[in-house]
Design a protein around this ligand. Structure first.
Ligand SMILES: *Cc1c(COP(=O)(O)O)cnc(C)c1O
Length: 494
C-alpha cells in the first residue's frame, strides 16, 4: 500500500509522495502531510556502519514509496556526491558537553543543501513518472539560504525555471553575493523592498491564485515549490537525524536504544519537524529543543499554545530564522489536532484574519516532546565566544542560537541526556558576526572578516565563498513587495 499524503486543510485532498513533490503546496493552501508512518526497522547494530547514502535509501524508500529503487538510487547518487566536501556528508563533531551535527558541507555551506541537492532530482523524476509535459517553475521566497541552495540545485536542470525573492535588507552580504552571482540560464533573483514574511506571503498567494495557474497552464508552465513546505525537502532531512544517532552508537557514545535530544535552530519549522518524523518511525528521541532568536513567536507558542504573529519583526544576526509565520508548524498543528484538516483550516484562517490562533483540545503527548526557548543577540554572541573558548570551535550565529538555548535548557531542567545541536551553517557564511563575537572586533568588512576567521579557526575557506569577491554580478533587479507577481509574469513571458 502506498503512503497517503493529505492536505492539512482538506481531508479529501490526498496524493502520493511523487504527486506531493510535484505540486509542492496543496491548491487549498494546505501542506501535504503523512497521515500514517511507514513501518521500518532501525537496527543500529547494522546502521552504525551504513554510509550516509545507505541511510538515505532506507528513509527515502520508506517515505517516498511510489518511487522505484532505481529512481531513488539515481536521485541519491546525484545528490550526495562530490558537491559535498566530505565523504561523511553530515559529520558529527564532539565538543565539550555537546555534539554538533555539521549540516553545512554542501555547495552553499548551509543546511538547506542537505535537501535541495536532492529535490530537483526527485522533482524531475516525479515529472517523468507522471508524463508531465509542462515546464516546472520553482517560485521561492528566501530569508537567505534557501534561495541560493535551491538555485544551486536547479541551475540548468532541463525542464525547470527558478525565480527567487529575498528581502533586500534582510540577508547578509555574503548571502546576497552568493545569490546575485548565481549562474544558470534558468535562474532569476529579485530583491524586494520588504521583509521575508512579505516575500513568503506573496509567493503563497501566487501559488493559490487559480487564474494565474490557468494562464501558466496555457503557456505549458506550472508552479512548484522548493520551500520547506515541499515534502520532498522534509523527507531528506529525516535522514541526518538517523545518521547522527548511528554515529553516536558507532563511536560508543550511546547504547542503541538510548534517548538522544536534538536542539534545532528554528525558522520555518522544517528542520525540527523532520526530527519529529524521525521519532515517529522509531528513532529514540528524548526532547526536541526548538531554539529561536529574538523573533520568538515559537517559544511563546510552545509555552502558551497561543500563536501570535502580531509583533514587531526583528532583523537579527541569524537572518534565516527571522520569521514570524512559521509555515511548517501547520503540519505539527495538524498532528496535534489528531490529523484534523477541518480544525487546522480553522486555525490557519484565524491566523490570516486575526494574526493569531489558540490551540485547544490537542494531543498533549505530542506537545510534551518539545522544549522551547530563545536566545537574544547578546546571548548568541556570548555563546559563540563560550564555545570557542571551551572547544576551540567557531559556530555560526544560527547554530549558536541553538547552542545557547541548549545551555539554558540544561541548566533549567538538569537534563543530562546526550544532546546533538543541528549546526545549520558554516561560520564562513556569517564571518563578521563570528569574528566580532570571538575577537570583540567590529567594523570589519565581510571579506576582511573571512580572512580573520581563517586565522583564528584554522578551518580552510570553503570554495563557496572563496571566489565571491570577484564573481560577476548577474542579477540586479529590485521590486516593491506588491510587484512580485509582475516580475514573475515578465520573466515567464505571460
Ligand atoms: C533555514 C535555516 C534555519 C531554519 O530552518 P527551518 O527548517 O526553517 O526551521 C536555520 N539555520 C540556517 C542557517 C538556515 O539556513
Amino acid at each position: 500500500m502506498t503512503l497517503v499524503y493529505q492536505s492539512t486543510r482538506d481531508a479529501n485532498n490526498t496524493v502520493t509522495a511523487s504527486q506531493a513533490i510535484l505540486q509542492g503546496l496543496a491548491t487549498d493552501g494546505g501542506l501535504f502531510t503523512p497521515i500514517s508512518y511507514p513501518q521500518l526497522e532501525l537496527d543500529f547494530t547494522k546502521l552504525k556502519d551504513a554510509s550516509y547514502q545507505e541511510v538515505a535509501k532506507l528513509i527515502l524508500s520508506a517515505f517516498l514509496d511510489d518511487f522505484t529503487d532505481q529512481e531513488l538510487d539515481d536521485c541519491i547518487n546525484n545528490a550526495y556526491d562530490s558537491k559535498f566536501d566530505t565523504l561523511e556528508i553530515a559529520p558529527l563533531v564532539k565538543l565539550n558537553g555537546q555534539y554538533n551535527l555539521e549540516l553545512f558541507h554542501g555547495a552553499t555551506i548551509a543546511f538547506k543543501d542537505m535537501a535541495l541537492s536532492i529535490l530537483p532530482h526527485l522533482m524531475t523524476t516525479a515529472a517523468k513518472k507522471h508524463g508531465l509535459k509542462n515546464k516546472i517553475v520553482i517560485l521561492t521566497a528566501t530569508s537567505g539560504d534557501t534561495g541560493k541552495a535551491a538555485m544551486a540545485g536547479f541551475a540548468d536542470v532541463p525542464g525547470t525555471e527558478i525565480i527567487v525573492f529575498y528581502p533586500k535588507d534582510g540577508v547578509s552580504k555574503v548571502q546576497e553575493l552568493q545569490m546575485i552571482t548565481q549562474t544558470g540560464d534558468n535562474t532569476h533573483v529579485v530583491a524586494i523592498e520588504g521583509n521575508f514574511d512579505d516575500a513568503q506571503t506573496n509567493v503563497k498567494s501566487m501559488f493559490n491564485d487559480a487564474a494565474l495557474r490557468e494562464r501558466l497552464a496555457t503557456h505549458q508552465l506550472q508552479f512548484s515549490s522548493a520551500n520547506s513546505m515541499n515534502i520532498g525537502r522534509l523527507v531528506p532531512q529525516i535522514v541526518y537525524y538517523v545518521y547522527a544517532y548511528a554515529q553516536l552508537v558507532k563511536t560508543g557514545q550511546i547504547q542503541a536504544g538510548e534517548a538522544v535530544n536534538f536542539a534545532v535552530p528554528t525558522g520555518n519549522f522544517g528542520n525540527i519537524l523532520a526530527a519529529y518524523y524521525a521519532k515517529q518511525i522509531g528513532l529514540p528521541v528524548g526532547k526536541l529543543i526548538c531554539a529561536s532568536n529574538e523573533n520568538n513567536v515559537l517559544t511563546d507558542f510552545f509555552k502558551t499554545q497561543v500563536y501570535d504573529k502580531k509583533r514587531s519583526f526583528k532583523v537579527t544576526s541569524s537572518p534565516s530564522m527571522d520569521i514570524l509565520v512559521s509555515s511548517n508548524l501547520e503540519r505539527l498543528i495538524f498532528h496535534l489536532l489528531g490529523n484534523s484538516a477541518e480544525k487546522t483550516a480553522d486555525l490557519m484562517k484565524s491566523l490570516n484574519q486575526h494574526g493569531q490562533y489558540e490551540l485547544t483540545d490537542f494531543d498533549p503527548a505530542i506537545l510534551e516532546l518539545f522544549a522551547a526557548e530563545y536566545a537574544t543577540e547578546v546571548e548568541t554572541a556570548a555563546e559563540i565566544k563560550r564555545v570557542y573558548e571551551a572547544s576551540d570551535y567557531i559556530e555560526d550565529p544560527h547554530t549558536a542560537v541553538a547552542s545557547a538555548v541548549y545551555q539554558k535548557y540544561r541548566t533549567a531542567t538538569g537534563d543530562e541526556t546526550t544532546t546533538v545541536i543541528a549546526s545549520t551553517a558554516s561560520p564562513y557564511k556569517f564571518p563578521v558576526v563570528a569574528v566580532e563575537a570571538v575577537m570583540g572586533q567590529s567594523g570589519l568588512s565581510d571579506f576582511e572578516a573571512l580572512t580573520k576567521l581563517h586565522e583564528i579557526s584554522g578551518v580552510a575557506v570553503p570554495s563557496a565563498v572563496a571566489n565571491l569577491e570577484t564573481a560577476q554580478v548577474r542579477h540586479k533587479t529590485t521590486v516593491a513587495a506588491d510587484q512580485m507577481q509582475a516580475a514573475v509574469e515578465s520573466y515567464l513571458g505571460l
